[in-house]
Design a protein around this ligand. Structure first.
Ligand code: PLP
Ligand code: COI
Length: 364
């Protein structure tokens, strides 16, 4: 049952057609935002209420708002894709809704029902549909960012009694500007992203804050991204700060780290595990020692490595570096054959160029 309805107050000063066209011609990632946003408020006594679509702009928060002190915040990341006939679709929103509910439980935030979640996306995209890039084969989309935070003005450490849900939208080109150029990864040995019993499997802002020092260390060492290992033994591969990892092996397996509680269960990851069969590969989820990566690229047992996520889609991974060593890239300068094939398979479904046989698309 949907509890929320969204009233619409269109802004008086939307971006001009010229300005919007200028932005859509070169959107970048996460820098430009559409004219409107969604908000709704939850109170302990009244539940979810006051759903609205209004002008995108600064929000009012007391300096004592709990989120600013104790980081009680979660978010989601998804995209709206325009198909050739002009219609606009999103990918597996029920999976994002379910993940947001799991994140909410872990961060002691209220759950938002799947119907309300999907309705909030529809409400925003309906008003801002001119911001969804044209289907010109360029892989541009409208990135949707639902998020929820403790907006109660209170400094006691307890779950907030007042919470705000919001959705903003940002036209997006490729997440990495280098095209399909493989990203170089740094093994972060000093910093963990998440630990046993922590919040690693929730999509909460704190995980991203804790990934930044490792990411910075990687950049200082000439890498694009950091790869995080399990914090207990520092032996097993977990994921990147914002992407899951896959390995294509010589014996026809597509291997990804199994979910241990400290890895985010990516929706791209689970979709690729299903698409593996169409690719003639055996999907495998298991613990992967970092030593296996180093040995596997040297012995030829690992043929390709790629990272995946909503923002980055499927991105080839190149060289691996750590303090005192490197392991060479595999898969070639533009990603291997399997990496490119899985990438196209996924994008073709998302952009309506291939049949959606699994019912993954929802019209917005
Ligand atoms: N891992 C982390 C830490 C992420 O932030 C993301 C991005 O959302 C992913 C993995 C990939 O998840 P998804 O495929 O649902 O975007
Ligand atoms: C996404 O892929 O949607 C993410 O959330 C990754 C990053 C932008 C935080």
């Amino acid at each position: 049952m949907s509890a929320l309805s969204f009233t619409v107050q269109r802004r008086q000063d939307p971006a001009s057609d010229e300005r919007r066209a200028e932005i859509l011609a070169n959107p970048g990632f996460g820098v430009h935002f559409t004219d409107h946003m969604v908000t709704a408020t939850w109170t302990k006594d009244g539940g979810w209420a006051d759903g609205r679509v209004s002008a995108y702009g600064p929000i009012q928060l007391m300096p004592s708002a709990a989120v600013l002190h104790y980081a009680q915040e979660i978010f989601e990341g998804m995209k709206a894709y325009r198909h050739a006939d002009g219609s606009v679709w999103t990918f597996r929103p029920e999976a994002n809704a379910a993940r947001m509910q799991r994140s909410a439980r872990r961060l002691a935030l209220p759950e938002l029902g799947e119907e309300d979640f999907v309705a909030s996306l529809k409400a925003l995209v309906e008003v801002d549909q001119a911001w969804v890039p044209e289907a010109d084969g360029s892989e541009a989309s409208l990135y949707l960012r639902p998020f929820m935070y403790a907006s109660e003005a209170f400094l006691g450490v307890r779950p907030a009694n007042v919470v705000t849900y919001s959705v903003i939208a940002s036209p997006a080109g490729p997440y990495f500007s280098g095209g399909l150029k493989p990203v170089t990864l740094w093994i972060s040995q000093h910093y963990a992203r998440a630990g046993v019993g922590g919040t690693g499997s929730a999509k909460c802002g704190g995980n991203y804050a804790s990934s930044l020092a490792g990411q910075l260390e990687g950049i200082e060492n000439g890498c694009d991204q950091a790869v995080f290992l399990d914090s207990a033994s520092q032996e097993y591969i977990e994921e990147l700060g914002g992407m899951n990892l896959f390995f294509v092996t010589k014996d026809g397996q597509l291997v990804t780290p199994e979910l241990t509680g400290s890895i985010l269960e990516g929706i791209t990851r689970s979709s690729i595990l299903e698409l593996a069969k169409d690719e003639g590969l055996e999907p495998v989820e298991r613990r992967i020692p970092i030593q296996e990566w180093k040995d596997g690229v040297a012995s030829g047992d690992i043929l390709e490595i790629f990272a995946c996520g909503t923002a980055a889609v499927v991105t080839p991974v190149g060289e691996l570096r750590w303090e005192g060593g490197t392991a060479p890239a595999v898969g070639g300068a533009e990603g291997g054959e399997v990496t490119r094939s899985i990438r196209s398979r996924l994008l073709d479904i998302q952009y309506g160029r291939a049949e959606d046989s699994r019912g993954w698309l929802t019209r917005l």
